[in-house]
Design a protein. Sequence first.
Length: 166
Amino acid sequence: MMNIYTYISVLPLLFCPLSLALPTQTFQVSANIVAGCLVQGSNTGVFGAINFGSYPGTSTAQVTANYIQNATITLLCTPGTHLQMSIDGGANYNAGRNLKRSGNTNLVPYNIYNSATNTAIPVNQAVPITFANANNIVLPLYGQLTLDGHSYAGTYTDNLMVTLSW
């Protein structure tokens, strides 16, 4: 059983504002977003291709072909990122990039160009990539080869390694 003194000692607490008993303070919330890029999709090991098409072995044409990015991948970067690419000499490098005839040693030289600046891309040297849409970046490339009129019939190929940096 409670006595009257218990009620009297609790009575002053009922009239005290509770906010006096609860201290308030602020705290900071922050994040640091760093520049970065991402290659995503189902076949991220193959960025795309340059296909010069078919020509007779007697042709002396100067052929250009645009880079076609693989439709199953997307390259995206943080807006404002300074993206660069470098491209190696390929599997058939011999004083320049070369297409090689399948099953043989015949070579056809070619060059890779930055389509944004129309300048040749040197072997293993980083060149800047400019882009308008950070969520869908297409590598600005095209290729050019000059046929000498004495090429053997066959399929000529090369594989280039592209390195992206930012």
